[in-house]
Design a protein around this ligand. Sequence first.
Ligand SMILES: Nc1ncnc2c1ncn2[C@@H]1O[C@H](COP(=O)(O)OP(=O)(O)OP(=O)(O)O)[C@@H](O)[C@H]1O
Length: 227
Amino acid sequence: MSDVMLRLSGVSKTYNKGRENEVQVLANADLALAPGEMVALVAPSGAGKSTLLHIAGLLDTPDTGRVEIGGTDYTGLSDRRRTVARRQEVGFVYQFHHLLPEFTALENIVLPQLANGVARAEAAARAADLLERVGVGPRSGHRPSAMSGGEQQRVAFCRALANAPRLLLADEPTGNLDPATSDQVFGALVQLVRDTGLSALIATHNLELAARMDRVVKLDQGKVVPG
Ligand SMILES: Nc1ncnc2c1ncn2[C@@H]1O[C@H](COP(=O)(O)OP(=O)(O)OP(=O)(O)O)[C@@H](O)[C@H]1O
């Protein structure tokens, strides 16, 4: 296994190149995450956290630079290869849960597995196990509208891990929750990541939560620097 789970090398990204509203968000940014490492990404609004996460998760491509996940260099690979890799290797969590409203918590975690070719019984067992781990086992038959914000977000964590990715990317995962709930739900996320041995890059404005990670980095003039 590679000793680096995620590596960004010399990554640059400019929006609206050549236009009046041109904005260089990333400028030769480098970042490496070891297997099992949890890193917080802290930066002011607009500094480029989402851009960095999208590039790291193969949702967007940098103008220049390389993105490697699990030792594979995805630079220049086809959209198809990148889509397959994204589905298998990367889990995403956002500020909003984005669960499918017409499906139960369990089904929301089963569906991505079915799309990945997993048999239904196996998918359901994995979904139940994940929900149990984050303390929402008793809510597995509920639709998102019948769950609290904290419960919805815990289910979203499970969905991100449904296909056993090796890398978790989270963009303000508890940003929508009140401070006490945020603290508990963040704790559940950390525990889940530790239990499953994932590498995780978590963007947050919350310095207390960031301090619970192995390492903190920030964005400074388009570069990743120690926090
Ligand atoms: N598709 C786009 N086209 C043009 N500009 C963009 C685009 N996406 C982001 N930007 C700009 O790039 C900069 C970085 O945006 P990004 O969303 O990465 O920041 P962020 O650090 O995640 O901010 P926030 O914490 O507010 O979500 C911002 O100035 C934003 O306006």
